[in-house]
Design a protein around this ligand. Structure first.
Ligand code: FE
Length: 290
């Protein structure tokens, strides 16, 4: 069911600090990915560590998938627009993420999992976001939830905007997942040409958007398809106002920065190098599977 809600006005919008195109990388066993949020942006976009966009109808670009690999110290959020991906992990969880579904995994002190396509043709399109955990939660027990598309809260506005609320809350609609420490907001916003969408945001929260269809305009600055815009943290801004220059669809992601040291080595994200070495050692010694 789609709720109809009233719009939430923003008095002064944030502007666009930078527009970025991301970086093409191969990950897993050879999956073509656009890494939208890259490692050099981790400090600026704290608490977010990575955003990967994938989208291809060529099986060769995704078929190899992501065989068994570990994670420690953060959360992964997979949002599948099209396709089928099977997840299995060492905590005994198994699930299938399909069209419009979300998988939220808190790696905590460690999981080993595989993410493998369950299709050998057709389109696979979606995103994986990495959300950091506060130091106090990095060694917490792993947690996992599959949210099928019909359970992702959504709402429509009179402008024609259609919004999926994956995390946080918007226009009075609580998203599928809430996190106290980082307060992530994760929206998928579908806008008809000319529609304006306004989202209040605390000025101290870091925020960015990624346009995956069409083009939008924020405070006079165009953000075209396949581009990310980092939003500024203007102290007097109370949110963001996004206008669709043409039919457009985008992710809007924001969160409260942790302001803690970030030490990353591949799939381990801790606060210090010593903790990263410990993670590697624990993984090698088989201490993740317990
Ligand atoms: Fe993974």
């Amino acid at each position: 069911m789609i709720q109809q809600t009233a719009s939430q006005p923003v008095t002064k919008t944030r502007g666009v600090e930078r527009v970025l195109g991301g970086q093409f990388v191969m990950d897993g066993a050879g999956v073509k990915i656009n890494r939208v949020l890259t490692q050099p942006l981790q400090r600026r976009l704290d608490p977010f560590l990575m955003l990967d966009a994938f989208g291809s109808d060529k099986a060769g670009d995704y078929i190899a998938g992501f065989p068994e690999h570990p994670h420690r110290g953060f959360e992964t959020v997979t949002y599948m627009l099209a396709g089928r991906m099977r997840h299995r992990d060492s905590a005994g969880n198994e699930g299938l993420v399909t069209n419009g579904g979300v998988q939220w995994m808190t790696a905590g002190r460690g999981v080993i999992h595989s993410e493998m396509p369950e299709q050998d043709e057709g389109l696979m399109e979606g995103f994986q976001l990495w959300l950091n955990l506060p130091a106090r939660d990095k060694m917490s027990a792993p947690w996992y939830r599959d949210i099928p598309t019909e359970e992702v809260p959504r709402f429509a506005l009179a402008s024609g905007a259609l919004v999926q609320v994956i995390a946080g809350s918007s226009h009075g609609v609580d998203g599928a997942v809430q996190r106290a420490g980082t307060e992530p907001l994760y929206l998928d916003i579908d806008l008809p040409a000319g529609a304006v969408f306004e989202q209040p945001l605390p000025a101290g929260h870091n925020a960015f958007l990624y346009v995956f269809r069409g083009e939008v305009v924020v405070e006079g600055k165009g953000v075209p398809q396949a581009r990310m815009a980092i939003l500024d943290n203007a102290k007097d801004a109370d949110g963001v106002r996004i206008k669709a220059a043409e039919p457009a669809r985008l992710l809007l992601i924001a969160g409260r920065p942790l302001n803690e040291p970030i030490a990353q080595y591949g799939p381990f994200v801790m606060n210090t190098q010593a903790e990263v070495f410990q993670a590697v050692e624990d993984f090698r010694a088989g201490r993740f599977a317990a």
